[in-house]
Design a protein around this ligand. Structure first.
Ligand code: CA
Length: 237
């Protein structure tokens, strides 16, 4: 706490001091306010007390691990807070599980500090847009596809009138595809629309989120795979 409100506040949950101080140094140099928690339970306390704008989260943490931290955040009052995971280079399983639990994106260790700052900015930019979505002229407040109803302003999704809990990125991805109804969007286009970048994008991120949407929405999920191209919501179903 303490510095100006205009500086976004980032909490780093990381128990390896070298990595935590390296990330902190570069993020502070990029204009962010940064705090570090070395344990998962400490991170959860800090989130409840201070509401960071973004959490940079190591998965292998003492106390409460990063998967459980993600799960608790997504079920709690801070559920809309963006989460950027820190993962080991080759651990594809960790990445997929973390994204399925509701992390927004990941950065692989050891990371290039410029990549870290770019990803933090991209995730924050997209989450800022959430608050403005209701006033966006080209976005109708309610989108419907058969039994699926998306209320863009409050960011709520209903299947046959029942609310379905989506992560922020699942919501953005579904909304982007429904808005582009009838058009095929490539994974690169979706990364740019939903995550805010293409140059570092990993198309697997899109596939994981589509799979989660299909699991949560069942037969009502309107997203179709277009092999070799991307995804679409057909104009007619
Ligand atoms: Ca660790």
């Amino acid at each position: 706490m303490g510095s100006t409100d205009e500086q976004p506040f980032i909490l780093i949950a990381e128990d390896e001091p070298n990595i935590a101080s390296f990330a902190k140094m570069y993020l502070e140099a990029a204009g962010f306010r940064v705090d570090v928690a070395e344990r998962g339970d400490d991170a959860l306390e800090s989130i409840a007390a201070e509401r960071p704008d973004l959490l940079l989260l190591d998965l292998n943490l003492p106390g409460v691990d990063g998967f459980e931290v993600t799960r608790r955040i997504r079920q709690g009052d801070a559920r809309a807070m963006p989460i950027l995971m820190l993962t080991a280079r080759d651990d594809a399983v960790d990445k997929v599980v973390g994204l399925e639990l509701g992390a927004d994106d990941y950065v692989t260790k050891p990371f290039d500090p410029r990549e870290l700052v770019a990803r933090v900015r991209a995730v924050l930019r997209r989450s800022d847009g959430r608050a403005d979505a209701a006033g966006d002229d080209d976005m109708p407040p309610v989108l419907e596809v058969d039994d699926l109803r998306i209320e863009v302003g409050p960011r709520e999704v209903f299947v046959k009138g029942d609310a379905v809990a989506l992560t922020p990125k699942e919501f953005d991805l579904l909304t982007a595809l429904v808005q582009a109804r009838g058009l095929v969007l490539s994974r690169e286009q979706l990364l740019e629309k939903v995550w805010g970048y293409t140059f570092l994008g990993d198309s697997r991120t899109i596939d994981v989120h589509v799979r989660q949407l299909r699991r949560k929405l069942g037969d009502t999920c309107p997203i179709e795979t277009v092999w070799g191209t991307g995804y679409k919501v057909p104009a007619r179903r």
